[in-house]
Design a protein around this ligand. Structure first.
Ligand SMILES: [Fe+2]
Length: 375
């Protein structure tokens, strides 16, 4: 499958992967042929691109979309009800969750949510533990309106991938994933400040309070470990001591937090925000890699580099020999050397040539820069 800009979709295209809104409601199902109604719907929801069926491109999304959609839905209800209404969890046929959701009071709801978060993170972990040498080059349908929820789920996804690559044990991965899901949810209380940059000193101080609120909120959910809650408290600390709230350095920051910090910054950079447009994936990737050992932990960045590719399938790039190419597939631990297809300029625009070139097998050609990307 490949990404295609919403305005370039046409009736020959077939949607390759479910599109859903901020609350996890499906807008367009996979396998639906594109029509003018579908294009209008995507535009109404500000969705800038869709994945369409195309066998020549390979996008690796690893996790079952159904799990991701359900998790988004649960998170949305959790935030909207401030953890007090667990009605939605009754659909999950799990004894503990059903029992506590039945009580329908605040404490029982928090217990039920605690269970459901672990349940989903275990599912994501299971999927990763069955997959070998994964790359993750999928960019979800996040838009400004649903940023917080998609961001939380994607940071959890990337954190789990890095944690698994680093060989963490299952229990640590669950703590990591749950912490990565919850650490920034208190940002939903800062809607006004979220819209603007730069912040003045008072606004900045106010916004920085979200780490304390996030920590308290996470601690209050039954069954959430202190290691998970600590991620909310520390996720803006940086290795060189330039972060907040405590200006902690290197070893003073928990290892799980160091993983989430990398996932958080990368995912935030590749997202459109009210105060800036998204970075290209290669720019966000460079930011993380360039700050290895400075803002971010070196070991964590080494794993990040193996799993998160620099270029996204569909990106058009210029090669060192001056030719143009399109990225068709990424390879584990070869972030800067994907499989490409050369372009040839024809009268009616660019035509993709058929043969693939694996850049990791070519010593003399490398990618110079991205010419065009879809974001
Ligand atoms: Fe934050």
């Amino acid at each position: 499958m490949k990404r295609k800009k919403t305005e370039k979709l046409n009736e020959k295209d077939i949607i390759a992967i479910d599109v859903y809104d901020h609350s996890g409601k499906i807008l367009v199902k996979a396998s639906t042929p594109v029509s003018s109604t579908i294009i209008k719907k995507l535009k109404d929801y500000n969705i800038p691109f869709a994945y369409v069926q195309d066998d020549s491109f390979h996008v690796s999304y690893i996790f079952d979309r159904e799990d991701i959609v359900q998790l988004l839905r649960v998170l949305w209800y959790f935030v909207k009800s401030n953890g007090q209404n667990s009605e939605i969890l009754k659909i999950y046929n799990l004894d503990e969750i059903r029992m506590f959701a039945e009580y329908n009071n605040e404490v029982a709801s928090k217990i039920a949510y605690g269970h459901i978060f672990k349940f989903f993170i275990s599912k994501l972990y299971k999927k990763v533990s069955e997959t070998k040498n994964f790359v993750y080059d999928f960019i979800d349908y996040r838009v400004i309106e649903n940023y917080l929820f998609f961001h939380s789920v994607n940071v959890a996804a990337i954190s789990i991938l890095i944690g698994c690559d680093l060989g963490l044990e299952e229990k640590e991965i669950i703590d990591l994933g749950v912490g990565a899901l919850l650490y920034d949810l208190s940002m939903s209380l800062y809607k006004f400040i979220e819209q603007k940059r730069p912040l003045d000193a008072i606004e900045k101080e106010e916004m920085q309070q979200h780490v304390f609120m996030g920590y308290d909120a996470a601690k209050n959910i039954y069954g959430i470990s202190s290691a998970s809650a600590l991620i909310a408290y520390q996720h803006h600390e940086r290795n060189d001591g330039s972060g907040y709230p405590k200006k902690l350095k290197d070893e003073e920051i928990s290892f799980l937090t160091k993983i989430v910090s990398v996932a958080d910054v990368y995912d935030a950079l590749i997202s459109n925000r009210p105060f800036r447009i998204a970075y290209n994936s290669d720019e966000a990737w460079n930011y993380i890699v360039d700050n290895s050992g400075v803002l971010f932990d070196e070991k964590v960045v080494d794993s990040f580099k193996k799993i998160i590719p620099k270029y996204i399938p569909g990106d058009i790039v210029e090669l060192s020999d001056g030719k143009k190419a399109v990225i068709v597939k990424n390879i584990y631990n070869k972030s800067e050397q994907p499989v490409i297809k050369l372009f040839e300029k024809k009268d009616k625009g660019d035509i993709i040539l058929k043969e693939e070139i694996n850049l990791s097998e070519k010593k003399d050609i490398f990618i110079l820069r991205v010419i065009e990307t879809i974001r």
